[in-house]
Ligand binder design. Structure first.
Ligand SMILES: NC(=O)c1ccc[n+]([C@@H]2O[C@H](COP(=O)([O-])OP(=O)(O)OC[C@H]3O[C@@H](n4cnc5c(N)ncnc54)[C@H](O)[C@@H]3O)[C@@H](O)[C@H]2O)c1
Ligand SMILES: [Zn+2]
Ligand SMILES: [Zn+2]
Length: 389
């Protein structure tokens, strides 16, 4: 079958790979109908998470149809149309019982690398390197999904594939940030990054009752979507001092909740941006934490900063003094999508959560290399490239 794989050098190619088969009794095989790019893939393609091997199938945000069912699968049957959580989770370990699904003790069959890096291993994510389980991704015609009763969700009638697709990652990640950062009715919420994740975080904050939501980016098409499709305020960080601007817009106090949806490849204008780029290239730091730093400085005293953006290891010039002395709560997580997908699908059915505008580019799977190029360069207004196998 055809699949989009990492070439080993900053690119994706399409090649023939063996079709997946059932390995465990709780697996299903899906025929993929749509699979989409995520900002997290860019960190892999760029080599910032050095545990991919050439030929690994990418993709972890997808929708498909069940075509084969393992002996122990109870609640799914052939023909079900399902979206799938990006992290495989067993549903019965201590972490799954706390609904911390991306931390599942059984989701990553290869925990040694991340135990070495971080002291303990989080779970395993599809198409996300051998550090995160080494499971084949979804940019393919067929895919094996383990723990299917826990990680797959039947899409309600009336919700289109393209809308439901984003429940798997962008919308569930955004919702998790707004939820676990403790967004309360009346709050002011600032979001760094207007990609799929940032836009969905902003929408979640609005639906959870935030009074004012401000999204920060520099890409005009994305800022336009923030205004027109999400209904939040948009700030271009290249034309203003973000911290001063947020203070101004919040009566001098700063946002109650700051959601960072940028990650390790953040841009910054001027000397600070060059400094971080050079240190990252020389491996003196693994990540560029520009937006996290800014969020910590902008957040009101006693507020919460939540890192949705992916980071790999060590950063430089981290304003720990500001975080401590301002009494901030710092949090972050990989997505516990299993916890949010059912509610998101229901809100999609009620038209409260609309996601189709994120799918700016829809193309055959064989065009994945060009799709990733447009997505990475943010060319032609690309927010997400959706592949049709
Ligand atoms: N926690 C999770 O489970 C999870 C899930 C999905 C994605 N992610 C991560 O979330 C981040 C965003 O994902 P995405 O798919 O929306 O990515 P994306 O690449 O589409 O969007 C990132 C946006 O950040 C903007 N940006 C860059 N520097 C900035 C700065 N200094 N200030 C404000 N904005 C800046 C870019 O212009 C871009 O629009 C990535 O790091 C991704 O890895 C995490
Ligand atoms: Zn993702
Ligand atoms: Zn588990």
């Amino acid at each position: 079958m055809k699949a989009a794989t990492w070439t080993g050098v900053n690119e994706v190619s399409v090649e023939d790979v063996p079709e997946p088969t059932l390995l465990n009794d709780r697996d299903v095989i899906l025929k993929i109908s749509q699979s989409v790019t995520c900002g997290s893939d860019l960190h892999l393609i760029g080599g910032y998470i050095p545990f991919m091997r050439a030929g690994d199938v990418m993709g972890h945000e997808f929708i498909g149809e069940v075509v084969e069912v393992g002996k122990e699968v109870r609640d799914r049957k052939v023909g079900d149309r399902v979206v799938v959580a990006p992290f495989a989770a067993c549903g019965s370990c201590w972490y799954c019982k706390q609904e911390l699904y991306s931390l599942c003790d059984n989701g990553n069959p290869n925990p040694g690398i991340t135990e070495g890096l971080w002291g303990q291993s989080p779970g395993g994510c599809f198409g996300y390197s051998h550090a995160m389980g080494g499971c084949a991704g979804s940019h393919a015609e067929f895919m094996r999904v383990p723990y299917a009763d826990v990680g797959t969700f039947v899409v309600p009638e009336g919700v289109s594939d393209t809308r439901a697709l984003f429940a798997s990652d962008a919308a569930s990640t955004g919702w998790m940030g707004a939820d676990l950062a403790g967004t309360e009715p009346g709050d002011v919420v600032a979001v760094w990054g207007a990609g799929g994740v940032g836009q969905m975080a902003a929408r979640a904050a609005m639906l959870l009752g935030a009074e004012q939501v401000v999204v920060i980016d520099r890409v005009p098409e994305r800022l336009a979507q923030v205004r027109d499709n999400v209904g939040a305020e948009a700030v271009d960080y290249t034309t203003t001092d973000v911290i001063a601007e947020l203070r101004e817009r919040t009566g001098g106090r700063g946002p109650d909740v700051c959601l960072e949806a940028v990650g390790m490849e953040a841009h910054a204008p001027g000397a600070p941006g060059i400094y971080d780029q050079v240190k990252q290239q020389l491996r003196l730091q693994t990540d560029r934490p520009t937006a996290v730093r800014e969020a910590i400085m902008a957040c009101r005293k006693g507020g919460t900063v939540f890192t949705l953006g992916v980071f790999a290891a060590m950063v430089d010039k981290f304003p720990l003094g500001a975080a401590m002395n301002k009494g901030l709560t710092l949090r972050g997580a990989q997505v516990h999508a299993q916890r949010y997908i059912p509610e998101l699908l229901e809100r999609m059915r009620r038209d409260e959560l609309v996601t189709e505008h994120l799918a700016t580019h829809v193309m055959p799977l064989t065009d994945a290399p060009e799709g990733y190029r447009l997505f990475k360069e943010k060319e032609d207004g690309c927010v997400r490239a959706v592949f049709l196998p």
